[in-house]
Design a protein. Structure first.
Lengths: 483, 142
């Protein structure tokens, strides 16, 4: 007789017997005898074709039968036969294409479960989110939903650029902030809110104006840029820096009741590079034509909608799922509930990456957008404090308010209301024989009105109220209503 | 439920750290109570015999396996299972672990993030050849 040593895992099929006596013969006859006496062993030892399974090793003494005569190996008197399961394993294979597989803790796996179980998204996409670095420029109306959703989704590294502090008038749409943060830097308030939402991500904050000097340095460490800025100089700056660095730029903007979304400078899986902002608008509109949200207003829920779409496109760019908005320009009209998607294409005359680029480095974007026109003479200005002194001293001057009537109804400081669009037609109401102070909300529209009056009608006695009515309220009459 | 004594736990941690960034592996010995509770009394550290990348794979040679079975018989212990480490990965069985897994054995996996962050989890195959987690309890003197 010979002895077969049954491995522990299979003993439940041999009545918990570790050593079985078998007849001499060959390995083949031994296995036959075992599986006849203990039928449950069969599926563990033999495959469907009746051959010994690849992960089952059979040894005689210390020799593998694969090194002897395999199943024909003789089994002699007193031989000791061992059935040895192959013991092996390892960590999961890395996802193809990713440099290293990020590690998820048990807590993260639970947190991202609803992503991971989506067919076509799964662990692979979640790991891409974790390795991704996204820079969000502007943490205001658009930045709020973008940051909240990207942080919640588990983007591994998020950078936030904003120079501003939280103002009460922000809270109508900037859902990242609360009343306790008023007066604090937006990036710091944002970091606290996002850390409380998702402790498994890294946040880098830049409490600074993005400009031509620092943009490349800040953008270079990120994979995807999300532009949620509210002005043309920064928009062109972000576009040009993204193109120069070869990074996709997920763009969104909002105004009053309309929102726009697109994905710029995105290289698809076939290696084709999509258009950028300068393919859509090679040059900015004249200054003042398109007012900012501060001057033109915005419905608070609109950045929530458009920013969420922007976050969606960031996630698609990172994970590669679905079709991004690259090469398409999406417009949402909230008033009529209509949306349109235009096709946009790279232009040969694109000044930054067309056939003959004229822009090879970042430029002065304030000047480019006409915000600091060098040839224009500076306007005469009066500060809120000086204006108040004139009022106290009883000096003779005329105060013109070029805001809209509904703004005037909210708050006014006793000026004559002539809205910007009506200034030229009402030039005869403006005095020429004494000082005239023109104001609007923050100083942009009043400057435009003064230039128009100077150029068309030759006025020389016009002063712009620096910082507009908001500065006056801050410095002189804080009890008035700010908006 | 599987009870791992603090002394045994330290042996496992020592092996995982000594072997890091490679995967460590070895055997768990002990007894099985009448209610199915397993008590790990000792371990046997063996070499990771995988040819190639040992940071992502482990393999135990058949000779070491036979030694472990003999070791159990000699001490009148049960060979309760296998332990191995997942360097920089969670203590969740991979598909590689599942395919090669044996019935009955407890598969204790140590996730080693760094020298301070080591997590233990234990897994058992069910009838459908899928892993189910087996609760690990620290040894308590009562």
């Amino acid at each position: 007789m010979a002895t077969v040593i049954i491995p522990t895992p299979l003993r439940k099929f041999t009545n918990n017997t570790a050593r079985l006596q078998v007849n001499t013969g060959t390995i083949h006859s031994t296995v036959q005898e075992l599986t006849q006496n203990f039928p449950d062993l069969k599926k563990h030892l033999l495959d469907e074709g009746g051959n010994i399974r690849s992960y089952v090793n059979i040894f005689i003494g210390n020799d593998d039968i694969r090194d002897l005569q395999r199943e024909k190996t003789p089994v002699k008197e007193d031989a000791v036969i061992s059935i040895v399961p192959a013991i092996a394993g390892g960590t999961p294979d890395p996802i193809p294409g990713s440099a290293s597989t990020p590690l998820f803790t048990k807590e993260e796996l639970a947190r991202y479960n609803r992503h991971i179980i989506i067919p076509g998204f799964g662990m692979a996409a979640q790991q891409k989110l974790k390795t991704a670095k996204v820079l969000v420029i502007g943490s205001g109306g658009l930045g709020s939903p973008v940051l909240l959703y990207l942080a919640a989704a588990g983007i591994g590294t998020i950078g936030i650029v904003d120079f501003d502090v939280v103002d009460d008038s922000n809270l109508q749409r900037q859902v990242l902030f609360g009343v306790n943060e008023i007066g604090k830097p937006k990036v710091e308030a944002a970091r606290r809110r996002l850390e409380a939402l998702n402790p498994y991500i890294r946040l880098n904050i830049y409490n600074t104006h993005l400009n031509a000097q620092n943009a490349l340095d800040i953008l270079k460490d990120y994979d995807v840029i999300a532009d949620g800025t509210d002005n043309f100089p920064t928009r062109y700056l972000v576009n040009d820096a993204s193109v120069l660095l070869g990074k996709p730029n997920v763009y969104a903007s909002i105004f009053q009741f309309e929102g726009q979304v697109s994905v710029f400078n995105y290289r698809n899986a076939q290696g084709q590079l999509g258009p950028n902002y300068r393919d859509l608008y090679p040059a900015p509109p004249p200054p003042g034509l398109v007012p900012s949200c501060a001057e033109g207003g915005v419905l608070g829920v609109l950045p929530g909608i458009i920013g969420s779409l922007q976050a969606l496109e960031v996630i698609k760019v990172i994970t590669g799922i679905g079709e991004t908005l690259s090469g398409r320009f999406y417009i949402f009209d909230a008033l009529n509930f209509e949306s349109r998607t235009f096709t946009i294409r790279p232009r040969e005359d694109n000044p930054i990456n067309g056939k003959t680029p004229t822009i090879t480095a970042l430029i002065d974007y304030e000047q480019f957008c006409g915000m600091r026109a060098v040839e224009e003479a500076p306007l005469k200005e009066v500060t809120a404090k000086e204006l108040y002194d004139w009022q106290v001293r009883g000096e003779k001057f005329q105060l013109i308010d070029v805001r809209e009537p509904h703004e005037f109804d909210i708050v006014n400081i006793g000026g004559e209301l002539i809205p910007l669009g009506a200034v030229a037609d009402n030039s005869d109401r403006i005095a020429r024989d004494k000082t005239v102070v023109v104001h609007c909300k923050v100083g942009g529209r009043s400057a435009k009105a003064i230039r128009e009056l100077q150029e068309k009608y030759g006025f020389t006695n016009l002063y712009n109220l620096k910082g507009g009515i908001l500065a006056y309220i801050d410095e002189v009459q804080p009890e008035l209503t700010k908006y | 439920m599987i009870i791992i004594e603090p002394r045994v736990k330290q042996l496992l941690i020592d092996d995982a750290l000594n072997t890091f960034p490679d995967e460590c592996c070895g055997f768990l010995f002990g007894r099985e109570e009448s209610d199915g509770t397993r008590v790990v009394i000792d371990i046997l550290v063996v070499d990771n015999s995988k040819q190639g990348d040992k940071t992502r794979r482990f393999e135990i040679s058949p000779i070491d396996y036979m030694t472990a079975e003999q070791h159990a018989l000699d001490h009148e212990w049960n060979l309760l299972g296998i332990y191995h480490s997942h360097p920089k990965h969670p203590a969740i069985p991979s598909e590689h672990d599942r395919v090669a897994a044996q019935p009955y054995f407890s598969y204790v996996i140590l996730s080693v993030l760094d020298s301070q962050t080591i997590h233990f989890r234990s897994w058992l195959l069910n009838e459908e050849q899928q892993f189910e987690e087996e609760k690990i309890t620290d040894y308590q003197f009562t």
